[in-house]
Design a protein around this ligand. Structure first.
Ligand SMILES: *Cc1c(COP(=O)(O)O)cnc(C)c1O
Length: 425
């Protein structure tokens, strides 16, 4: 039997990988190993093709591209929603591709945050992504509430993870709305969305989730769990390209709720061009679109999502778990006593699509990794995030990354860099 820690073993795993053919669909740089698909996914040939087809439609049809051509622009957001709905466990009417993570959060809070009596507060957590906090603070201010006292952030016990019990304890009578991540962006912890949704609803509280780090990495059952709403970006695991248009989910029980930030693209499709001054909103998540869609930033998603549907999100999740576990095993075996701490949950059910390695020299280790052909990402102050991606990362690459990292540590190759982050990390 081949030892688990050899390149031969990694190659055997690659041979057996049922998703291995998808790797050829992506533009991989020949001289580097990409471990940053959880920040910006790579371009696939299919995504490139649907973008070029959309440009072609513009070239050929001009204004008529709205209803003609390869991918008519007027229905693009709804067509994309049909595909994404399968990844989030929703009916297609409950999903729309629009806006961006932050804009969609603003829209959903503007729509569903309805302070009343003593219920004025919004519950979030202290580990969440900063843009979510900024958006919530500004929404509270717009409503005339002091964010200092009305934005409650559940504390983490160890700076890495959140305890669902602590979150539930914070669901008090004065909370109007809860906003939490599906997967924490630093530690990769998955929250128990089903349990949190049930507990929120028992207390009459509306709950929504930021799905940036779970969409395309793990399956979701938003409708079955009864989640009120969710929002996410499509440029991370979904490989939609830099600035790809985002997505949102609204549970059908809320259809008809007037959008907080209304615009003409929220109209019922057949009414929109009546140009009336009274909005007849779509009877779907489409109602929460605002203005003209960013067509060219939607177009790559058409091809990219086809890959996800073909590969199957269950298969993607299975490989993601296996390859991330393989990375963890190698770290424990090869990098013992080198000052690394695995800041990611060990249990499959609690782990998203990346591994966080904590190290006090993390910033400059990341720079050394880049110089040695590995693209990681750094999260201040001490996290190296490595994301082996199911569709295009091989086990042999993971093996090589750990060898490179081991060499950087034993030769102290990181010492020539400053232990500071770059402007973009
Ligand atoms: C990437 C990310 C964002 C980014 O928001 P944008 O509006 O797309 O810039 C927001 N929240 C989380 C959790 C993220 O990981």
């Amino acid at each position: 039997m081949v030892s688990k820690y050899t390149l031969d073993y990694a190659k055997q795993l690659d041979e057996k990988d049922i998703l291995k053919s998808f790797r050829e669909e992506f533009y991989l740089k020949p001289d580097s190993i990409y471990m940053d698909g959880n920040s910006l996914g790579l371009l696939s040939k299919r995504a490139e093709r649907t973008l070029l087809e959309s440009l072609e439609d513009w070239k050929k049809y001009g204004i008529d591209g709205w209803n003609q051509g390869n991918h008519p622009w007027f229905y693009m957001a709804e067509k994309l929603a049909e595909k994404i709905a399968q990844l989030v466990g929703a009916s297609h009417e409950e999903v729309i591709v629009t806006g961006s993570t932050t804009v969609n959060l603003h829209q959903l809070v503007a729509t569903f945050y309805k302070p009343e009596g003593i219920r004025t507060k919004i519950l979030a957590d202290e580990l969440t992504f900063p843009t979510d906090i900024y958006a919530l603070q500004s929404q509270l201010s717009i409503h005339g509430y002091d964010p200092q006292t009305n934005l409650i952030r559940v504390k983490s016990r160890d700076g890495r993870f959140l305890d669902e019990g602590d979150i539930i304890e914070a669901m008090t009578d004065d909370i109007a709305l809860i906003i939490l991540p599906t997967v924490l962006y630093r530690s990769g912890q998955i929250l128990d969305l089903k349990r949190l949704t049930e507990e929120a609803h028992k207390r009459g509280i509306m709950i929504g989730f930021d799905g940036c780090h779970s969409i395309g990495a793990i399956p979701h059952l938003f409708s079955e769990w009864g989640v009120d709403f969710a929002y996410w970006c499509n440029y991370k695991h979904l490989n939609g390209g830099p600035g790809a248009v985002g997505g949102l989910y609204v549970n059908r029980k809320h259809f008809g709720t007037m959008p907080g930030l209304a615009g003409w693209f929220g109209s019922k499709k057949d009414k929109q061009f009546d140009m009336e001054h009274t909005l007849t909103q779509a009877e779907s998540a489409g109602a929460y679109q605002i203005g003209t869609p960013h067509v060219l930033s939607c177009a790559p998603l058409i091809g990219s999502l086809d890959i996800f549907l073909e590969a199957g999100i269950e298969n993607i999740r299975e490989k993601s778990l296996t390859i991330n576990q393989y990375l963890i095993d190698l770290v424990e075996f090869e990098l013992e006593n080198m000052g690394f701490f695995i800041g990611t949950p060990r249990e499959d059910i609690r782990r998203g699509g990346h591994v966080s390695l904590e190290h006090k020299e993390a910033a400059r280790i990341c720079k050394a990794l880049k110089e040695n052909g590995v693209i990681p990402d750094f999260r201040a102050p001490n996290i190296i995030r490595l994301a082996p991606v199911a569709l295009y990362t091989s086990y042999a690459e993971v093996w090589k990354v750990i060898q490179i990292l081991k060499n950087i540590m034993s030769e102290k190759k990181y010492e020539k860099f400053k232990n500071e982050r770059e402007v973009i990390a």
